[in-house]
Design a protein around this ligand. Structure first.
Ligand code: AMP
Length: 210
């Protein structure tokens, strides 16, 4: 099964992708995590991407599309995958179509802007494995330490308040039109993103069975 998780930054795409990939036994692919890893290891693409990520803008399509193509060529993607954070604009959605990739469903996780702002400011991510936590809703067992790999949790630079505003603006201008794109293709399912994380997971799984 090939799925796309749509939604604003902080809508819970990463958290939900991690939860449902276990249930469906397919990998969750986060272009944000791939980009951060490339930035951390200092690859050419990572160095080019950094200025856009730090400003809360979108990394140029050719860089992100190349990263995605490389990832989905790997063996663990043969039975499908969950895309978290890709596509983020119409040209990226068209690139998937041109690659001949048939997406089964697109889940839009719907959350209002003021909730997003609150969520992003409490977010912490693991600098080791990329797992995400929240000070209020999904705190790690030991403060500042990843439950999964034991590395330190950090605040992402792009979760700074002024950058959050820019990311929301970019989302509304460039990513939100994808709802229409996938609605027209008969693939869009809208799921309310408010409430307990496990309840949202259940809503997504129910939507996939429908
Ligand atoms: P995320 O972890 O999905 O919130 O992504 C973090 C940042 O990585 C975004 O704010 C963008 O700068 C960049 N990014 C992630 N995915 C994409 C994409 N599909 N297209 C362009 N930029 C992206």
């Amino acid at each position: 099964m090939k799925l796309i998780l749509l939604g604003a930054p902080g809508a819970g795409k990463g958290t939900q992708a991690e939860a449902i990939c276990e249930k469906l036994s397919i990998p969750a692919i986060s272009t944000g995590n791939i980009i951060r890893e490339a930035m951390r290891t200092g690859t050419d693409a990572g160095l080019k991407a950094k200025q856009y990520v730090d400003a809360g803008g979108l990394v140029p399509d050719e860089i992100v599309i190349a990263m995605l193509q490389e990832r989905i060529r790997q063996d663990d993607c043969q039975n499908g995958y969950i895309l978290d954070g890709f596509p983020r604009n119409t040209p990226q959605a068209q690139a998937l179509d041109h690659m001949g990739i048939v997406i089964d469903k697109v889940i839009d996780i719907e959350v209002e802007d003021h909730v997003i702002e609150q969520r992003l400011s409490g977010r912490r991510v693991c600098q080791g494995c990329g797992a995400s936590y929240h000070m209020l809703h999904k705190a790690p067992a030991k403060e500042g330490v990843c439950d999964r790999c034991g590395k330190d949790l950090i605040i992402r630079k792009d979760d700074a308040p002024e950058t959050i505003q820019n990311r929301l603006r970019v989302y509304h201008e460039q990513t939100e039109p994808l709802k229409e794109y996938y609605l027209a293709a008969g693939k869009l399912v809208v799921v309310k993103g408010l409430g307990e994380m496990a309840d949202v997971t259940q809503r997504i799984l129910a939507a996939l069975e429908a």
